[in-house]
Design a binder for this molecule. Structure first.
Ligand SMILES: NC(=O)c1ccc[n+]([C@@H]2O[C@H](COP(=O)([O-])OP(=O)(O)OC[C@H]3O[C@@H](n4cnc5c(N)ncnc54)[C@H](O)[C@@H]3O)[C@@H](O)[C@H]2O)c1
Length: 264
């Protein structure tokens, strides 16, 4: 029997990357899936989810649009008997250094990454409270834990997600709802594909070097961590920020990867 048999999980950002990997993994673990995204998922990707899940539905909406979220959560509650899990994976990159950052860009990144997480959680958490059970997983980032050059808006949004997670864990723990976040390092998804284009390749190489495992992660590796947090295996875990970063935030290296220590 799958680890999510009998459960329903809503996944935002389900059309691509980490959200799509979560939807498929959870479906294979026996969950009913409610996908949410601004974009429609590629037909073949969603067909795999539909094939694996006991039931699946998809709502196309913007996570900044509260009435649309309220409608979708209402529809999901009618379609499935409960909403046991939520993964907030919808997000965008963007930003820059503060001095050159346009207000519109700041608002776009903060509104999608932070306010979108708040809005979807708001409409789902009240259902979970009624059920006295539920698990929410927010996609933060290593960039919500540490600063990164030219990423002021993105990092502020992800730092906000880390604290929103902790606050929700405090507010809803006694009501049976667990809230955790994931802090991935560099994961190979459409969001980070831009780093494969010149002149960004040297930055990508340097970024990869910061990961002690010496490689970027795959969306399926993040989905595996999300599965743990969503499932009852994490029944005593709440308010936690789980890094899935190939060791990136474990510390600093002084020598080139794999090199021998100097003599003496
Ligand atoms: N890829 C990485 O290296 C990485 C690292 C750390 C954290 N993350 C976070 O993980 C999450 C998923 O990222 P990904 O790499 O899978 O990106 P992705 O671009 O592959 O997928 C993001 C999805 O979010 C959707 N989306 C964007 N704006 C939306 C909106 N306003 N309303 C609804 N849906 C919207 C997009 O349509 C897309 O399907 C994001 O929150 C991202 O910040 C990614």
């Amino acid at each position: 029997m799958g680890r999510l048999a009998g459960k329903t999980v809503l996944v935002t950002g389900a059309a691509s990357g980490i959200g799509a990997a979560c939807a498929l993994r959870f479906a294979r673990e026996g969950a009913c899936i409610g996908g949410i995204d601004l974009a429609k998922p590629p037909a073949e990707t969603w067909a795999e989810v539909v094939k694996a899940a006991p039931a699946a539905d998809f709502w196309t909406l913007d996570v900044r649009d509260e009435p649309a979220i309220a409608q979708a959560v209402e529809a999901a509650s009618r379609r499935f008997s409960s909403i046991d899990g939520l993964v907030n994976a919808a997000g965008v990159s963007g930003g820059g250094a503060v001095g050159g950052l346009e207000e519109e860009e700041w608002d776009r990144v903060l509104d999608i990454n932070l306010k979108g997480t708040f809005l979807v959680s708001k409409h789902v958490v009240n259902r979970m409270v009624e059920q006295a059970a539920g698990s929410i997983v927010n996609l933060a980032s290593v960039e919500g834990l540490e600063g990164f050059e030219f990423q002021a808006a993105y990092n502020a949004s992800k730092g906000g997600v880390v604290l929103l997670t902790r606050n929700m864990a405090i507010d809803y723990g006694a009501k049976g709802v667990r809230v955790n976040c994931l802090c991935p390092g560099l994961i190979e998804t459409p969001m980070t594909d831009i780093l494969k284009s010149e002149p960004l390749v040297p930055i990508r190489d340097k970024f990869i070097e910061m990961h002690m495992l010496g490689r970027p992660g795959q969306p399926e590796e993040v989905a595996a961590a999300a599965l743990f947090l969503i499932s009852d295996d994490a029944s005593f875990v709440t308010g936690h920020s789980l890094v899935v970063d190939g060791g990136m935030t474990s510390g600093r290296r002084l020598m080139a990867p794999g090199s021998a220590p100097p003599a003496g």
